[in-house]
Design a protein around this ligand. Structure first.
Ligand code: FAD
Length: 141
């Protein structure tokens, strides 16, 4: 079975507290360990950007559960494709809450986030989305 990655962007239904994000992440890590999914989740003002990596079937099943999750909506699949190897193998779900300082300090984030950021701006821009996620890998370990 092919290894795939899937990147999507979504809009949070409401601002999530740190406690709510912790609960969410605990469930991500638990499920992702079971399903051999790796990846990164960025939570910026009002939106999520996530990459899921794993066997194609596991990525598809995980994404279906994420699609049905009422904590967010307006999911836009940016890319789903076969990959040779994982880019985030060490993370069962790396996470960063992007505050104003993180966005200001890292060009990979600044390129896309701004005061008028709209998640749909990432649609059709897989390279830009991947760049943001790689910025996490380089700076937010
Ligand atoms: P259950 O835990 O049985 O929950 C039932 C329903 O309630 C589901 O629709 C669930 O989404 C929803 N739900 C659960 N907790 C809450 C809550 N606190 N508030 C509101 N609704 C709730 N799952 C993964 O396995 N891997 C991931 O990488 C992953 N990333 C995610 C990223 C984002 C941005 C979001 C919002 C969710 C993510 N999830 C991820 C969680 C996923 O959506 C499911 O909640 C989880 O996989 C459990 O699925 P379940 O069918 O067992 O639901």
């Amino acid at each position: 079975m092919a290894l795939q990655h899937l990147i999507y962007v979504s809009t949070a239904r409401k601002e999530l507290s740190n406690a709510e994000l912790e609960t969410l992440l605990e469930s991500c890590v638990r499920y992702n360990l079971q399903n051999d999914i790796s990846g990164v989740l960025l939570y910026g003002p009002g939106c999520f950007i996530q990459v899921l990596e794993g066997e194609a079937a596991a990525v598809g099943e995980t994404y279906q559960r994420i699609l049905d999750d009422p904590r967010h909506h307006n999911l836009i699949e940016i890319i789903r494709e076969d990959i040779e190897q994982r880019s985030f193998a060490n993370w069962r779900m790396g996470f960063t809450r992007l505050d104003a300082a993180a966005i200001r300090n890292h060009p990979g984030f600044t390129d896309i986030y701004g005061p008028d950021f709209q998640p749909k701006r990432l649609a059709g821009q897989p390279a830009l989305a991947m760049n943001m996620l790689l910025t996490f890998r380089e700076n937010c370990r």
